[in-house]
Design a protein around this ligand. Sequence first.
Ligand code: C2E
Ligand code: CA
Ligand code: CA
Ligand code: CA
Length: 274
Amino acid sequence: TKDSGRNGHTFFTEAMHVSANRQLKLLQELRRAMQRDEMVLHYQPKFRADGGGVIGAEALVRWQHPGLGLLGPDTFIPIAERSGLILQLGDWVLDQACAQLRQWHDAGHPDWSMAVNLSPLQFASTNLLETVKTTLEKHALAPHFLTLEVTETTAMQDVEASLQILHGLTEMGVKISIDDFGTGYSSLLYLKRMPATELKIDRAFVRELEENAEDAAIVSSIVALGRSLQLQIVAEGVETAGQRAYLNELGCDLLQGYHLGKPVDAEEFLRNAA
Ligand code: C2E
Ligand code: CA
Ligand code: CA
Ligand code: CA
């Protein structure tokens, strides 16, 4: 009826209003959180698929919210991206992750590497190259210890400019990983142009690997493709021993997932590796 339609409409706009307010509040809180040092990094181990040990970690940002507890990136990265705050957050993540890696190198793990996720806006900022260079120097890390994980959407907003930055990074010696591979729209064209060193198979293809012959065929094709392009192949989202064994058999080099190691704080990461 007309009435319910109007009520529905009213309800909808009110909900939107609340949500806009909520978002603004969250953004203000996030700004403050960064000043108050409430952001933390957790680290998820990357393992050699053949049963060898940890080769390093991926840094994943969290917000230790005073009232709400530990918040995952999905709750605040979108707001950080829309507001531009991601530039400041991204710089902090890079610096913090490199500082952590320096500590681990000094604590007896001098060959561990660190992977950091990049967001699209960090490519738009012209000083990404400079930021990476000075951050590595600050922590006395050789560039090959750092992997930057980018997705198709990360790098393809302004293709030419992004590619130029990515080439600059690889020339410096920094490694580039294509994250969530296989989920984008133009994966092959993208792959051809990307100066990547690593392919990360999205966990959508890992989840039903053992039951679904198509997923297994896709993974095995990605491995073959990556091989011929001389890329390191990583599978993410490994949750079972069966998946782990199968992915090793299919030729993946590195594995990540809850079965091998969940993202944990720096202390626990080091304890687990000992
Ligand atoms: P991602 O880069 O694809 O990271 C992998 C996500 O999968 C992480 O979620 C990780 O905790 C989760 N994961 C790892 N192993 C498993 C598993 O076996 N099963 C399942 N179901 N999940 C697993 P998280 O930490 O919530 O991060 C979500 C996304 O947020 C990341 O996806 C990344 O795109 C973004 N993100 C995280 N940290 C940063 C950051 O510092 N900067 C930027 N720009 N983005 C970040
Ligand atoms: Ca990633
Ligand atoms: Ca991923
Ligand atoms: Ca993902």
